[in-house]
Design a protein around this ligand. Structure first.
Ligand SMILES: Cc1cc2nc3c(=O)[nH]c(=O)nc-3n(C[C@H](O)[C@H](O)[C@H](O)COP(=O)(O)OP(=O)(O)OC[C@H]3O[C@@H](n4cnc5c(N)ncnc54)[C@H](O)[C@@H]3O)c2cc1C
Length: 453
């Protein structure tokens, strides 16, 4: 019997990973990837490309751990074509009392917390393992909770001296998301993948699917036995074509990257997050001006934590990346980026609180700075949607918010297994629409902190 024709809408990292695991794990050889543009060119091109297994719930810990396992497999098989590195995530706070944070780690790690959490204060301070080596194969797992002032100063010399605790998540780092996508596409080419460039603008369902596609050249239609909605920020529009309403919203988030010619950020710094709220370091004059503008006064008031910074381009490189996902205003997703020209100054001043040497760039960000951004498409609880979507034969792999690069492998694997009716991991139901029937889980998720990247 011939294999079903599976059409994956969207060739960002999620659509590509779904197609990859359909071919690799289930021998599917009739796959078509449809995208309005080039593969990996939309949200997936804007990713900070960071990964970590830090989440406040065991389901997401298991999901990201699985994805990191698969990333490691690809790194191993490809001679590390995906440039996987592992210096971890360093979460910094000026608070001496971090019980809430430790409780969250316990919630996420469950029974394994006992052997995975290592408290580095007092006498145990000196045994804190180094992170000078970016090689993922040498790095420890678990979490180091450092509350020893001397050790923080020694290990994180660029940090604000007021930092009292650093929670160092060790299974974290960065990869090249673009190389990951290209590696999978190379495999798919060999497996007979078809690619179509064009915009899906209608889907009819009647004993199979008929997909209408518009391109620069013509309009065409394509028949499919199964479809996968991996349309990123437009996943809700694709779902609506089949009468399905997805519980997602979109917020536009930005980053900057620039050459750190002044050497403000040590090259061996892990991906670092300032957890504390802050008043941005404006001049008195700027602050007054902002307060007078009703649309801008929020910038002079308390801003949320979670600003992040990391060196980019490896040990021999010079670039740094700064990001701050403070925008909580949902909007209709657009193809054009919604960049705010004030963002570079805001993120620089915010990031200088944790790494004060960045102040050297106030008013002097290099002209070649790269300012970019994209949509976080997310559910209220900030968990993805992977599984069946409405009519028989329709599936979705979407709502990957600020974590789609790191979960792509596990999300692709899970979606492919669902389509192939293969055995699924225990967490599958919770990552699909089925979770909304579990009132207790939903209540817990709404109370918990949202993922911050
Ligand atoms: C600023 C920023 C930083 C981020 N940093 C990180 C990070 O550090 N780590 C991490 O893991 N994640 C990060 N993310 C999140 C990650 O980038 C996304 O979750 C991921 O790229 C989503 O991939 P996707 O394939 O679902 O979406 P996309 O990459 O947007 O792909 C969807 C594709 O669908 C196509 N499409 C949509 N509608 C149609 C249609 N009607 N017809 C044809 N084609 C269509 C689009 O052209 C697009 O190519 C970040 C995101 C942003 C915005």
């Amino acid at each position: 019997m011939s294999k079903p024709h599976i059409v994956v809408i969207g060739s960002g990292i999620i659509g590509i990973a779904t197609a990859y695991y359909l071919a690799k794990n289930h021998g599917q050889n009739r796959i078509t990837l449809v995208d309005r543009g080039q593969p990996m060119a939309f949200t997936s091109a804007q990713s900070g490309e960071n990964y970590r297994n830090w989440w406040p719930h065991p389901t997401m810990v298991a999901f990201t751990n699985r994805s990191i396992d698969l990333l490691e497999e690809i790194a191993r098989d490809s001679g590390n074509r995906i440039n996987m590195s592992r210096r971890g995530y360093a979460l910094a706070t000026r608070k001496a009392e971090i019980d809430e944070l430790v409780e969250q780690l316990h919630d996420g790690l469950g029974d394994s917390a006992e052997h995975l959490l290592r408290f580095r204060g007092g006498a145990t301070a000196n045994s804190y393992a180094a992170f000078d080596n970016p090689d993922w194969e040498c790095a420890p797992i678990g979490v180091d909770i450092v509350q020893h002032a001397g050790l923080i100063k020694e290990r994180f010399p660029s940090f604000d001296p007021d930092v009292r605790a650093v929670v160092h998540i060790r299974r974290g780092g960065d990869i090249s998301g673009q190389q990951l996508g290209m590696y999978m596409l190379d495999y798919l080419k060999e497996a007979g993948l078809t690619r179509i460039t064009g915009e899906v603008n209608n889907i009819d369902y009647c004993d199979g699917f008929r997909i209408e596609i518009a391109s620069d050249k013509d309009n065409s239609s394509l028949a499919a036995d199964r479809i996968v909605n991996a349309a990123g920020p437009f996943a809700d529009r694709i779902a609506a074509m089949l009468g399905v309403v997805l519980p997602v919203r979109h917020t536009f988030q930005q980053k900057i990257a620039f050459e750190d010619a002044k050497g403000a950020i040590p090259r061996a710094l892990p991906f670092s997050i300032d957890l504390d709220d802050q008043l941005v370091d404006w001049t008195d004059e700027d602050r007054e001006m902002l307060l007078e503008e009703p649309n801008l006064s929020w910038l002079a008031e308390k801003m949320p934590g979670a600003i992040h910074c990391r060196p980019d381009g490896g040990d021999g490189g010079k670039w740094v990346k700064l990001g701050w996902a403070y925008n909580e205003n949902p909007a209709v997703a657009t193809w054009e980026p919604q960049l705010d020209e004030a963002f570079p100054d805001i993120v620089l001043r915010g990031a200088a609180r944790l790494n004060p040497a960045l102040k050297a760039y106030y008013g002097r960000l290099p002209r070649a700075m790269h300012h970019y951004g994209g949509w976080y498409t997310m559910t209220e609880e900030n968990w993805p949607l992977i599984g069946p979507m409405g009519p028989d034969g329709a599936f979705m792999n979407c709502a990957h918010s600020g974590f789609g690069t790191m979960v792509a492998c596990a999300a692709g694997e899970l979606c492919a297994a669902t389509i192939a009716k293969a055995p699924l991991p225990d967490i599958a139901g919770q990552l699909s629409m089925l979770r909304y029937a579990d009132k207790e889980l939903m209540l817990r998720l709404h109370k918990a902190n949202k993922g911050i990247l």
